[in-house]
Design a protein around this ligand. Sequence first.
Ligand code: ZN
Length: 115
Amino acid sequence: MKLSHLTEIVKNVAATLTCPKCGKHFVGDAVDVVDITGDRGLFSAHCLHCNSATLVAMNIREYRQKIAKRERQISKVAFNKIAPADVVEMKNFLEGFDGDFRKILEEPDRKKRVE
Ligand SMILES: [Zn+2]
């Protein structure tokens, strides 16, 4: 599994989990992977609000499938033939692009179009 996929899974797990003691959500940095075997993940989480620690076993199939589906879409796009219009569109895009990839990736409208 790629490190970026692992990071994404941990982020998803952190967003799902709440502290059993104080009920607050765990922050991404406070969740670590103990073990991942197939669809089963074991995570340790440290609550930054009440300072308690917990071990959580979770089925991560949903997250793995989401990543796999996206990877398939990316490779499908990568192998599509490039038409002259695509080159013109890319040229136009690059002329107005300020180099901030974060802005593009976080733009909700663009994300929807890709999915
Ligand atoms: Zn807590």
